[in-house]
Design a protein around this ligand. Structure first.
Ligand SMILES: Cc1cc2nc3c(=O)[nH]c(=O)nc-3n(C[C@H](O)[C@H](O)[C@H](O)COP(=O)(O)O)c2cc1C
Length: 276
């Protein structure tokens, strides 16, 4: 049951909810009604589009939502956010406030997913002591894994040797960058658009973080550690066995401040036309 209902005093019978429903499940039978609601994939477009706030669904009504009028950032602000976002590789040791982490996660949770599956599974390590212990275990086991042959690819083996030596000799943590928190996203192997969904989730997470002055780092190295170098960590982290790993992302209060955007020039585009 999707709990679709219409406040008949507010409804102006404009039909926008019916027009915008992906499966065409909403019919204007005098007032809008939903048929076959088990087909509804809960996108909430009907709630979002209603000009008078007459529709409720899934226990949510207009009063629960943020009005869009006057609340959207301008294009120059969004452009500055995208071009000003940086990979942060230096973090302050103090943790983020839990409610800020929750706000960040809850906002990123609104990222689009194929057929609105919301299949992304978030594994969060927010306790900095746990992150330190986890990092210590990874570094302690890295040399042995390298001895056993971490990869067929010499480049990868050499990279991880360099990472291990850098920690031992210089105390430089190239894997975790001394970040106080990280997330790993995974998704069931059966989820239809899982790789796209997971990447989009992290992209939204990163941009929201940037807007909150929180630093992030996509972490391909940590993904490789969990996926192939120390694979028992997947189970120890509680990531279900039938899940594909998406990516890992470090985050926390940045210990660096960037002053300006980078400029990567014009997008490389190959424009095509189609004739008869
Ligand atoms: C999929 C992906 C994986 C990455 N993995 C790592 C990583 O393991 N370690 C790291 O320091 N940076 C990593 N990065 C960051 C890139 O090096 C960085 O995005 C790039 O150099 C451009 O810098 P910018 O993010 O500040 O624009 C990764 C980025 C992406 C998108």
């Amino acid at each position: 049951m999707k709990n679709f209902s219409v406040n008949e005093e507010l409804c102006v019978l404009c039909g926008l909810c019916a027009q915008d429903c992906f499966f065409g499940l909403i019919k204007l039978d005098e007032y809008p009604k939903i048929s076959d609601d088990d087909k509804c994939f809960e996108c909430q477009h009907c709630l979002s589009i209603c000009p008078t706030g007459a529709i409720s669904i899934l226990g949510k009504s207009a009063e629960d939502c943020t009005p869009l009028k006057g609340n959207m950032p301008g294009e120059d602000q969004v452009s500055a956010l995208i071009k000003g976002r940086r990979s942060v590789r230096a973090y302050k040791p103090e943790p983020l406030e839990p409610e800020r982490i929750q706000k960040l996660l809850d906002t990123a949770w609104h990222a689009p997913t194929g057929v609105n599956s919301r299949c992304v599974h978030i594994t969060l390590m927010d306790d900095p002591d746990s992150v330190k212990k986890f990092s210590n275990e990874v570094y302690a086991r890295l040399d042995e894994a390298i001895e056993k042959g971490v990869s067929e690819i010499p480049y990868v083996a050499n990279l991880f040797k360099m990472i291990s030596n850098n920690m031992k000799e210089n105390g430089v943590d190239m894997l975790f960058r001394d970040a106080p928190h990280f997330i790993i996203v995974s998704a069931p192997e059966t989820a239809p658009s899982r790789m796209a969904d997971m990447s989009i989730f992290l992209s939204y997470f990163e941009l929201m973080a940037q807007s909150m002055k929180i630093g992030t780092l996509w972490n391909g190295l940590l993904k490789r550690v969990i996926e192939s170098i120390l694979p028992d960590l997947k189970e120890k982290l509680g990531i279900p066995a039938d899940h594909e790993l998406g990516y890992a992302m470090l985050f926390g209060k940045p210990a660096v401040k960037y002053q300006r955007t980078v400029e990567r020039g014009e997008a490389r585009v190959r424009r095509v036309e189609w004739g008869d």
